[in-house]
Ligand binder design. Structure first.
Ligand SMILES: Cc1cc2nc3c(=O)[nH]c(=O)nc-3n(C[C@H](O)[C@H](O)[C@H](O)COP(=O)(O)OP(=O)(O)OC[C@H]3O[C@@H](n4cnc5c(N)ncnc54)[C@H](O)[C@@H]3O)c2cc1C
Length: 385
């Protein structure tokens, strides 16, 4: 078998780059290899599926500026309404320093077209009277372009759009990458055997490092477990609530219920197939803080929970994008930590443009290059939720 481009991993990143490539060059033979088309364990399917403009690096704001427009326009372009619920994000600060940082970052976001507003505690209270603001110094609120949407719809749209343009999707597992004279010449599939290619793309999510190792390369990406709780709080029904980012947890409404999660105190790598939930986190970590922030959460029932994995970039929690400096026709789209879903439209387009032209085009994504990982030079995103 042969293809111009082989994409390893067919969830949101792999499907996005495949669709963009097929749009930009319909003559290209593109093969997407996905080991589990149910996506039961893919981060894409286990995501909280939200988009924000409130990032601390300009490139991430630019990526989200494009992402929100694309999500709004998805029905026209790819036939599905993603049901965007534009309730905004509310980031909270509890110290003078925290307030200062929020204000600085908001100013940067606004220069890129975001609508981030800086609020004092009284303004937060006026807009969301059910919140306790006593301990707060400030908050930032995204008055537009932030909220949540249908993650599986996004994936389905990219996949069906790519299929309609002739992209082949196969159910198989990439077990090897064949490299000759510093270039990928093909990949090996568990069932179908050898596939020759001109370019390979690593879109393997939490298994990105495993895939890089097949080409003899290291990558500082590891699976990190996140347990998400869906809760019922009969005394707190606020469908207009934002996605609240507090010091120790986040919270957003989900129809009649709420979704909440935290970062475990002892956060570290887990096995890629370990989906055992950390159930104690709700009772021991989240609930007390939640109740302190909003007294309406006095009576709460966990309705269900799920576990997803971040593909966690241990250097700087940011995406790792573009050609690998040691193997120029191996492209990486990895390490998205907790913000890859919203980045998939811009990142898919960026990687496709780079494959076709040899450089970044519409958005300069070089801050997120693979080279920084090789050099160990962090490009830190501080707003990792
Ligand atoms: C709990 C949670 C909440 C999140 N919340 C948000 C959010 O609110 N907003 C946001 O933007 N992002 C969020 N994210 C992050 C986002 O979901 C991910 O960054 C994004 O989905 C990553 O997509 P991906 O395609 O890179 O990886 P994945 O979805 O993990 O897909 C990788 C695919 O590669 C396949 N694969 C791996 N190895 C091989 C192989 N050798 N051969 C063939 N196939 C292979 C896998 O089967 C898998 O389907 C969240 C993630 C989690 C876990």
């Amino acid at each position: 078998m042969r293809a111009n481009v082989v994409v390893i991993g067919g969830a949101v990143m792999g499907s996005s780059v495949a669709w963009w490539l097929s749009e930009m060059n319909p003559a290209l033979e593109i093969l997407v290899v996905e080991q589990d088309p149910s996506f039961a364990r893919a981060s894409t399917a286990l995501s909280v599926a939200s988009i924000r403009q409130q990032f601390t690096t300009a490139v991430n704001v630019e990526i989200s500026r494009f992402g929100i427009g694309f999500i709004r326009d998805f029905k026209r372009r790819l036939g599905l309404d993603l049901g965007l619920k534009e309730n905004g994000y509310l980031f909270l600060a509890q110290t003078a320093e925290g307030a200062q940082t929020l204000a600085e970052v908001a100013a940067m976001q606004r220069t890129h077209g975001a609508a981030t507003e800086v609020w004092d505690p009284a303004a937060i209270q006026a807009r969301f009277p059910w919140l306790n603001v006593e301990d707060l110094t400030a908050g930032t609120f995204g008055a537009r372009d932030e909220g949540w949407f249908d993650n599986m719809g996004l994936l389905a749209g990219f996949r069906s759009g790519a299929k309609a343009k002739g992209v082949r999707f196969v159910t198989d597992r990439v077990t090897g990458i064949r490299v000759t004279n510093g270039r990928v010449v093909g990949v090996t599939l568990e069932k179908a055997g050898k596939v020759d290619c001109d370019t390979a793309v690593n879109a393997a999510g939490t298994r990105a490092a495993e895939v890089c190792r097949m080409a003899g390369l290291d990558l500082a990406v590891e699976p990190r477990k996140r347990t998400v709780f869906v809760i019922d709080a009969p005394n707190a029904r606020h469908p207009d609530a934002p996605l609240l980012v507090d010091a120790g947890f986040y919270l957003r409404p989900e129809q009649a219920h709420w979704i909440t999660a935290t970062v475990p105190h002892q956060d570290g790598p887990c096995a890629a197939d370990d989906f055992e939930p950390d159930l104690h986190l709700f009772e021991e970590v989240i609930w007390e803080q939640l109740y302190a922030r909003a007294p309406g959460f006095d009576a709460v029932k966990v309705v269900r929970h799920w576990v997803g994995h971040y593909a966690y970039n241990t250097l700087d929690q940011n995406a790792i994008l573009g050609p690998h400096p040691e193997i120029a026709n191996l492209f990486l789209m990895n390490g998205f930590s907790g913000h890859g879903l919203q980045q998939s439209p811009a990142v898919g387009r960026g990687i496709a443009e780079h494959i076709l032209t040899g450089a970044w085009q519409t958005i300069d994504l070089s801050d997120l290059s693979v080279q920084r990982m090789v050099d160990g030079k962090a490009f830190l995103e501080r707003a990792v939720v």
